[in-house]
Each structure stands twice: as structure tokens, then as C-alpha cells.
Ligand binder design. Structure first.
Ligand code: UT7
Length: 325
């Protein structure tokens, strides 16, 4: 058996942070942010919100969309770099919140590639007979790890969650192939160094702003373009399909310029490339499932269409999945 997405959901907290708001916080401008990134607005969770609260809302929408009872789930996997706590996993909190009493849960850390990694793991578990129904979620409260005095990063990131319900299906439908890669030698390009065992919590660690995202933007940009093009090609080659067969390309939403260059190099017309980063910014592991949920709601793909998702993030990690919806 293979696995198939049968329901999608998303949630973004109501509070918005616009480019004009950021102009008042750091030395930046709406023009710079729009021209260099394509981002206009990000959503920010209120203090005291848990990541699993966002997961809960996205998951309920996906379960409704799928018509699946949470008590029938076998697997819950959450991709995140901003978990509720070091442990228990955010997936366990989510399991309790939605009442997925029969499921087993785990978190997965692959930064912005988190959702495609969780999708691949859940797909593999279903194929291996370790469950028939899975909830896969990408969810982040990145505002808890953003340094709002660093103009090179604070303009990029937002909060949100996206979820998908996967069920068993015959081979040849659903998830056709997944491709995961990482290169730990390039970890320094994109990191949040504090709060783990290398730099445990301490007043000094917080003072040095180590508990926030640091990125070498232009180097990361170059790797993002190369790796996303490569891993998209890998998915197409492995499945013996060409880019013209793909109804919708859903890339990680980090920067509009990255998306445009990748789309151009793959030879896919703009109208078949999904973009929503103007309204959410970069939500890391949540970006692809939020995009998929919106694309479905907008009728951007229909049953039987091929959808190609491609992710890239810290690690470095990069990944793709080709799906017949
Ligand atoms: O999700 C995981 C993957 N993430 C990515 O793939 C992100 C990849 N990187 C990027 O999206 C881009 O590199 C950024 C948007 C982060 C930066 O854009 P850039 O065109 O690469 O700019 P840059 O870092 O090369 O900086 C160019 C200039 C610098 O000034 P000088 O040295 O030329 O005087 C920066 O200090 O722009 C300046 N700058 C800003 N100016 C106004 C940097 N941030 C800002 C800002 N507002 N917010």
C-alpha cells in the first residue's frame, strides 16, 4: 500500500506584523522588504500561545476536510523547530488536545524542510504497515526565536501551522516519491545556536542573543536555489514525469526571488507556481502545508492532479515529494 493526502488544514494567528510596523522597529523599509523578499505581512502568535495550540487548529481543519475521526488516527508527526518544550513532544500535546487516543506521536526536526520530512516518514510508516491513518503537521512560533533588533532576519519570519491527513491507498496514487537530503557541514549558514546542550539556557546566552535565528542570507539563497532545483528534478526523474505534467508546484515560501528563479530553471509557468509568502512570510515547516491547504481551497488542483512540493532549510536540509492528489 501507499499513502495519500485526504485532508488539509491551516491556521495563522490573527495578529499581523506588517512591513510598516517593521519600519518602526528596525532600519528598514517596505520597499526594501518587498523588492528583496516579496513579503508584506506575517502573523504573530500572542505570548503564552503554545505551538500545539496552532497545531490543534490546523489539525482539526484537516481532520474535518478528510472526514477522519481523531480517535482513528494511528500516527501523529509534527515537524517543528519551535516545540512546546524540549519534551514531551509537541505531537504528544497535540494528540491529547485532539483526542487521538490510539495514535503514537513524535516530533521531527528538519527546520524549514520539516513538513516534507514528516510527510515522508508518515508515508514510509504507512507503507511499512505501522499504521493506516496519519496526521502530519508543520507548525512554528518563530516569533519566539526571532531577534527583532536584527533587520536581516526579523523581516522574514512568521507564525502558523499547516496539517495533512494521510490514509492508506493503492500503489500509484497519493505520494509517488519522497526525496530527503541534508548537509551538516553547512550548518552555520542558518542556525539558532542557544537553548540546547552547546549553549544551555543562561542569562549570558540570552544577553548574547544566541536564542535567535542567525542566517548568512546571500549564501543560503544560493544553496536554496541549487538544492531546490536539484531535488525537484530528482522527484520528476524518479517518477518518469516531466514538469509539464505537474499541475501545481508548491515551493517552501522563503523568498519570492528564490521561488521565481527555481520556477524558471524548472521551466514551469508562473501560474502553476503557488505563492502566498506575501501574506505569511517564511513560516518554516508550516509554509508548505499552509500553501497546500490554501491551494486546495482556491481550487488550484483537483483530484488526480500531480503536485510537486519542494523544501529547503537549516541543516542544511532539502526535500521534495511528488503526489497524485
Ligand atoms: O527558510 C530557509 C531558507 N531561507 C532562505 O532561503 C533565505 C535566503 N536568503 C534571502 O532570502 C536573502 O538573502 C535575504 C532576504 C535574507 C537578504 O537579501 P539579500 O538581497 O541577500 O541582501 P544582503 O544580505 O546581501 O544585504 C544587502 C544589503 C546590505 O547592505 P550593504 O552591506 O549592501 O550596505 C544589508 O545590510 O541590504 C542590507 N539589508 C537591509 N536593508 C534594509 C539587510 N536587511 C535589510 C533590511 N532592510 N531589512
Amino acid at each position: 500500500m501507499a499513502s495519500k493526502i485526504v485532508g488539509l488544514g491551516m491556521y495563522a494567528p490573527p495578529k499581523k506584523l506588517t512591513n510598516l510596523d517593521l519600519e518602526k522597529m528596525v532600519d528598514t523599509s517596505d520597499t526594501w522588504i518587498t523588492e528583496r523578499t516579496g513579503i508584506k505581512v506575517r502573523h504573530i502568535a500572542e505570548p503564552g500561545t503554545a505551538n500545539s495550540d496552532l497545531c490543534d487548529k490546523a489539525a482539526r481543519m484537516a481532520l474535518d476536510d478528510a472526514g477522519v475521526d481523531p480517535a482513528d488516527l494511528d500516527i501523529v508527526v509534527v515537524g517543528t523547530l519551535t516545540p512546546d518544550m524540549p519534551f514531551p513532544s509537541t505531537a504528544c500535546f497535540l494528540q491529547a488536545k485532539i483526542g487521538a487516543t490510539q495514535a503514537y506521536g513524535m516530533d521531527l526536526s528538519a527546520a524549514c524542510s520539516g513538513f516534507v520530512y514528516t510527510l515522508s516518514v508518515a508515508d514510509a510508516l504507512i507503507r511499512a504497515g505501522r499504521g493506516k491513518k496519519a496526521l502530519v503537521v508543520g507548525s512554528e512560533i518563530l516569533s519566539t526565536v526571532v531577534d527583532y533588533t536584527d533587520r536581516s532576519t526579523c523581516i522574514l519570519f512568521g507564525d502558523g501551522a499547516g496539517a495533512a491527513v494521510l490514509t492508506e491507498c493503492p500503489e500509484g496514487e497519493g505520494v509517488l516519491s519522497c526525496h530527503l537530503h541534508s548537509d551538516g557541514n553547512l550548518w552555520q549558514l542558518l542556525q539558532c545556536p542557544g537553548g540546547g546542550t552547546v549553549h544551555p539556557y543562561s542569562p549570558e546566552m540570552m544577553e548574547q542573543r544566541l536564542r535567535s535565528i542567525r542566517m548568512t542570507g546571500n549564501e543560503t539563497f544560493k544553496h536554496a536555489v541549487l538544492k531546490m532545483v536539484d531535488v525537484a528534478g530528482e522527484a520528476l526523474d524518479r517518477s518518469g514525469v516531466c514538469i509539464d505534467d505537474v499541475k501545481l508546484f508548491v515551493p517552501h515560501q522563503a523568498n519570492l526571488r528564490i521561488i521565481q528563479v527555481v520556477g524558471k530553471r524548472l521551466g514551469i509557468p508562473e501560474e502553476r507556481v503557488f505563492v502566498n509568502l506575501d501574506r505569511y512570510g517564511n513560516t518554516s515547516s508550516a509554509s508548505i502545508p499552509i500553501a497546500l491547504a490554501e491551494a486546495k481551497a482556491q481550487g488550484r488542483f483537483a483530484a488526480g492532479d500531480l503536485v510537486l512540493v519542494v523544501a529547503f532549510g537549516g541543516g542544511l536540509t532539502w526535500a521534495s515529494a511528488l503526489m497524485r492528489m
